[in-house]
Design a protein around this ligand. Sequence first.
Ligand code: ZN
Length: 211
Amino acid sequence: MNLILMGPQGSGKGTQGELLAEKFKLPTVSAGALYRDNIRRKTKLGKLAEKFTTKGVLGPNYLTNNMMKAELSKSKYNHGVILDGFPRSLNQARFLSGLRKIDLAILIDINQKETVKRLGGRRICSTCGQTLNLSFVKAASICKKCGGKLIRRVDDYPKAIKQRLAVYRKETKPVVDYYRKQGKLIKINGQKPVKIVFARILNEFKKRGIK
Ligand code: ZN
């Protein structure tokens, strides 16, 4: 079974990916982790990728596509895979269709207000880099791990969050439409608690005969 996980930052997509991986015993590949791995191993593609990631962006389609192709050729993915953060463009989705038959694309959606609320609560320790969310830990100003000062990243202010969300939606809309047209899209409201979101995903699977 080959699954695709989509959703903006703060949607809880990563958590749902972990739950799905555990339930179906599937390995996960995330585009971000793949970049980091190739850079660390200094592969040919990794050296190219580094030029982009130092600017804070992922590279062009051909780079992501070829890294994904090399990764998916490994035997550990013979029984299937959960793809997180890939494909992110129509070009990548078409490329992927030449590598794998995709069973379902799961879009975990969250509205702008909720994204601002969730990401706006993120704090990072200025000393050790530990992150935490004020939605879960009330009124913390000092890092529990090292006593360092907690700060809010420029990226986590409402204006920046809204901008990032708009970019994400624009970028992924063609991909969402691509899978919808094929009848493979599952859209789930990500604003519910983790357990409920997961139960709803499994319910959609059931409707399609996947257990
Ligand atoms: Zn700290």
